[in-house]
Design a protein around this ligand. Structure first.
Ligand SMILES: *Cc1c(COP(=O)(O)O)cnc(C)c1O
Length: 385
């Protein structure tokens, strides 16, 4: 990540306020707290009733991936040759689940050469491509299914996934050809209601019955929530408990091994995004140095992050009464605006800093340089508050 707007005078800062006070950064700064990440990773590793993998697309930052490996994460969901090689380099020996169900022949060949042995698929033509190019020994094919959205903030799962009927055919065909047959789904992103997983697991049971195949593994996807909104803390334990309970109920003795592949749920809460006010209009609208073409690109899709703090350039918190403000990003495109209005202290001033918490997912990864903005850097902090 670019480091050209902040001097690298130190490697680790205390918190976002210290960064603001010392550097008064003119461009957006993502701050990463490895200790927070390690705590979250531990919660998953200890609480999830199966294997925990990380979906690299949410944030492929190398320091983040190294910290996950250090915390004990042993598998990754990868979607492209770039991600396959990235994990091959940063986490040699870790499992790579190539769970992008559509791949070109060149991409398949790349993955085979790289040693990938776990794939997902959601239609017969793509399954045939795997049959033609991937030897079955020691190789897992997971059939991916989808249901109408339940409980997700945004239907990130709808692009991929077969109907339960087709999924049963895919599972059976993979088993007959000698591949390890498994199932996978993605319930949609930022699922705060554990019920999102329940229906999927029940249908997974029906798919196995229809196919007459015991699935070796059931990958319950990502979709685990982060702490984006005040008062709605992710209840990870409730989700883990429900997944374990429903799996036991549905499959009994024949239960498949469980795998999860959170992106957001692992990374988001370990980062905060420091932005700066570039200008204020008399009508109260606020122009930041970052917006929907930068680190806040997801907000129009899944709603505002409301864990926001405003600081003066000296690092003092603004304590004025909160009022709704329209927030615009820096570019000259009118879609560069956060949805609706955002509550900000009424004493917010030009040059202030606005910190968005829980900003680590789908932010630095999708940041663009549109209109000459988006010069984002990243710093390491001990803590986020
Ligand atoms: C994006 C993605 C994930 C991660 O989703 P989150 O909602 O960030 O947890 C997991 N699995 C697959 C296949 C994905 O495409």
């Amino acid at each position: 990540m670019r480091m050209n707007d902040v001097p690298e005078t130190r490697t680790v800062w205390q918190n976002p306020v210290e960064v603001i006070r010392a550097l008064k950064p003119e461009h957006p700064v993502m701050v990463f707290a490895p200790s927070v990440l390690e705590g979250i990773a531990r919660t998953y590793l200890q609480g999830f009733p199966g294997m925990v993998t990380y979906a690299v697309k949410a944030n492929p930052d190398e320091s983040l991936i190294r910290a996950l490996v250090g915390a004990g994460i042993k598998g990754f969901d990868v979607a492209s040759p770039f991600e396959i090689d990235l994990i091959g380099r940063l986490a040699p020996g870790a499992a790579r689940h190539y769970h992008n169900p559509i791949r070109s022949q060149a991409e398949i060949a790349h993955a085979v050469r790289a040693g990938v042995t776990a794939w997902s698929v959601d239609c017969h033509s793509e399954l045939q491509k795997l049959f033609d190019a991937v030897p079955p020994e020691g190789c897992e094919i997971s059939a991916r299914f989808k249901l109408p959205v339940l409980g997700a903030a945004y239907d990130f799962g709808s692009k991929f996934g077969a109907s339960p009927e087709v999924t049963a055919e895919l599972l059976k065909a993979a088993a007959e050809r000698g591949y390890t047959p498994s199932l996978t789904f993605h319930p949609g992103t930022q699922c705060t209601d554990p019920a999102a997983w329940e229906t999927y697991i029940r249908i997974a049971g029906e798919i196995c019955d229809a196919a007459g195949v015991r699935a070796q593994r059931l990958n319950v996807g990502g979709g685990f929530p982060s702490h984006r909104v005040i008062g709605i803390e992710p209840d990870r334990q409730a989700i883990f408990a429900l997944i374990a309970e429903v799996t036991a109920q549905v499959f009994g003795e024949n239960a498949p091994e469980l795998v999860c592949e959170p992106g957001r749920g692992l990374c988001a809460d370990a980062f905060a995004l420091i932005t700066r006010v570039r200008g204020l209009r008399p009508d109260g609208s606020v122009f930041l140095n970052d917006g929907t073409y930068g680190g806040l690109s997801e907000l129009p899709l899944i709603g505002n992050i409301d864990r926001i703090q405003v600081f003066t350039p000296e690092g003092a918190p603004r304590r004025g009464d909160p009022h709704g403000h329209v927030i615009f990003g820096p570019t000259c495109d009118s879609v560069d605006r956060l949805p609706g209005e955002v509550a900000l202290p009424d004493d917010i001033a030009d040059g202030d800093f606005v910190v968005f918490h829980s900003a680590g997912a789908y932010s630095s990864a999708t940041n663009t340089r549109f209109n000459g903005f988006g010069q984002m850097s990243q710093l390491t902090v001990k803590e986020l508050e």
